[in-house]
Design a protein around this ligand. Structure first.
Ligand SMILES: [Zn+2]
Length: 301
């Protein structure tokens, strides 16, 4: 188990070597280094190897299974790490029984990997997902080709370049004096309440998106919005931007298409929820999610 208060996917110690990865010759040479590591994914599950002491480590694919690898970066001088997406029906048995395919959400929830390893897996997962869903040029429809170690796709037919996407989401803890606003979606675990969140739309600032979402979902007017922290969220390509927002009105009007419930919670209640001892059994997201960090900051923990 690693530090329980660590926010998943936020630590990544790789040098991404952006200036070098545009050089196809250099990349090919890195790929062939005997110490190069090639991570494998099946959908959103990463291949990991159980070591004899019980921990998990990154698994490196045999060269025959490496296909269209993306370059994640280097752990130091000439220690490159790549990642490949394997077919959905990949036979796991061929790797031996100590190799497991585990989804990133479970890995984050269970804190079974060192944080920098989880960050590398998030980077890989988001990039591989983008390639698997953007194989054709969105301008002319011709098949496009991977370039720059996976940080660009080029269309040979119309010369358009396409770049991996990251979708920004504003996640906001609205506070008013001693209380904060939390909501629950129908798909949440029973009793779970969290900070409201929504995608930032084209042409919108983080602050405007926060104000709009809170008003749409809960009918609360928001004043000042302050940035708190952020978290890559590889399901598949979000960047969660955590903010603290000042509530200006009190009466909640719930948008039932978005939320099942929304309520004001006192600091005392939030403390109880974070500690897992709320009298009504209400809970908040686990420490691997940014909502938990926003709530901790609200209670001064
Ligand atoms: Zn094209």
């Amino acid at each position: 188990m690693f530090a329980e208060d660590s926010l998943a996917f936020t630590v990544n110690a790789l040098d991404r070597m952006a200036p070098r990865r545009t050089d196809a010759g250099w990349l090919a040479q890195q790929m062939d280094l005997p110490q190069a590591r090639h991570l494998g994914f099946i959908g959103e599950r990463a291949l990991l190897v159980l070591n004899p002491l019980g921990g998990l480590a990154l698994y490196s694919l045999p060269p025959s299974l490496v296909r269209e690898p993306v370059f994640l970066g280097s752990e130091g001088e000439e220690k490159p790490i790549f990642a490949s997406l394997l077919p959905d029906d990949q036979d796991l048995a061929m790797f031996g029984e100590e190799v497991k395919a585990i989804d990133l959400r479970s890995l984050a929830m269970q804190s079974v990997l060192p944080p920098p390893m989880l960050g590398v897996l998030a980077q890989a997962r988001t990039l591989l997902h983008w390639h698997s869903t953007h194989r054709f040029c969105s301008r002319c429809g011709a098949p496009s080709e991977m370039r720059d170690g996976g940080y660009r796709r080029h269309c040979p037919a119309c010369a358009a370049d396409h770049f991996p996407r990251t979708d920004p989401v504003s996640i906001m803890l609205v506070t008013m004096g001693d209380r904060c606003l939390l909501g629950r979606q129908a798909r949440f675990a029973p009793g779970m309440y969290s900070a409201l969140a929504g995608f930032i739309e084209p042409g919108e600032t983080i602050e405007e998106a926060a104000r709009r979402e809170v008003f749409e979902e809960a009918g609360i007017r928001v004043g000042e919005v302050r940035y708190h922290s952020s978290q890559p969220w590889p399901f598949p390509a979000n960047l969660m931007i955590g903010v603290l927002a000042e509530g200006l009105s009190e009466t909640i009007t719930i948008d039932r298409t978005e939320l099942e419930d929304a309520r004001w919670f006192t600091r005392e209640e939030v403390r109880a929820m974070l500690a897992g001892r709320h009298p009504a059994g209400l809970i908040v997201p686990a420490p691997f999610a940014i909502a938990n960090r926003l709530l901790r900051s609200f209670i001064g923990a």
